[in-house]
Design a protein around this ligand. Sequence first.
Ligand SMILES: *Cc1c(COP(=O)(O)O)cnc(C)c1O
Length: 400
Amino acid sequence: MTNYFKQYPDAEGFFKGYGGSFIPPNLMEEMERINNAYHAISKSHNFISELRSIRKHYQGRPTPVYYCNRLSEKYGGRIYLKREDLNHTGAHKLNHCMGEALLAKYMGKKRLIAETGAGQHGVALATAAAYFGLECEIHMGEVDIAKEHPNVVRMKILGAKVVPVTHGLKTLKEAVDSAFESYLKDPINTIYCIGSVVGPHPFPMLVRDFQRVVGIEAKEQFFEMTGEQPDHVVACVGGGSNAMGIFSAYIEDEDVQLYGVEPGGRSVTKIGEHAATMSFGKPGMIHGFKCYLLQDDKGEPAPVYSVASGLDYPGVGPEHSMLKDLKRVNYVVASDKECIDAFYQLSRLEGIIPALESAHAVAHALKLAKENPTSATLVNLSGRGDKDIDFVVDTYGLPD
Ligand SMILES: *Cc1c(COP(=O)(O)O)cnc(C)c1O
């Protein structure tokens, strides 16, 4: 695992056979342009110092690492949180959106375009567009528009144009197709901004690099607090961006155990009832790249479900797919029920309401703490739970 970042991805965007770009030639040209621009611009002094200043003065970084006193007392071990819920807009997604939008500015683009499922990526990108004075177009399935009303309103307040997608199942997959179609109509003035470490090369690399700030900060903060390294580092995995952000700092430190937590949903034995891609998928193709994929009997992406809508993607980042095969990261599952339990434990013992996505990571950290009472566990708390409160209380009620 030495020289990891020089090796992966390779020049064609592969992580040991995963990733790459399997897209039409005209789109391929655009991806090459973005890749070349990224390599030329992202290492420049001006780009680096502007991004640093944005992170500090606009996003409020560094976000703290916090020791969970009461939670650790109850479960054993020592549990620490990297507080990405305190990043501006309440989640880690703004880290890569500000990077992507800054790249757009340096490339002379006028317009940002993206898909969104639950609306979290759309809101983060609309925020970045407002900051830089760029136009923003967000493609969203009609079904999701009806379900995620507050995020649709947020995007509109921020000045974004929300484009309803009315064909097929009217959800995330169709929104991706629609956004790519619109992008290809005006690639000169527009840049596509993907929402996780997925999609064709260079996006899995680019989004990972912009999320590395999470791990770089956390490693230094944790060491300063404790004088040592954590035994376990835990993050939830949807597409995998917040997990790559924190894992990247520890990947070459093989005595630190890494855990990616996938949603087990209502049942892991039934297709359509979970989104545990790593545990139950096999290699396949989605949205122009190769990765572990949950598939139906025809090899098409399978329907997926999770209580956390930010985790219900049938594919996963190509880098995670490689890290699974290399056995560097342990991919595990937390069910809806374990997630809701962790959601209330963190709320009531620490006064922190986590996003349901992040509560999956907390759930696994609680298991590790119980099993290893002398260990230290660092969790990436990817976002805050304000968006989930009505749903949780209406669906599961309040505990005693
Ligand atoms: C979108 C989202 C996720 C899942 O995305 P990754 O790319 O897997 O990190 C996790 N947590 C929160 C709070 C999110 O908004």
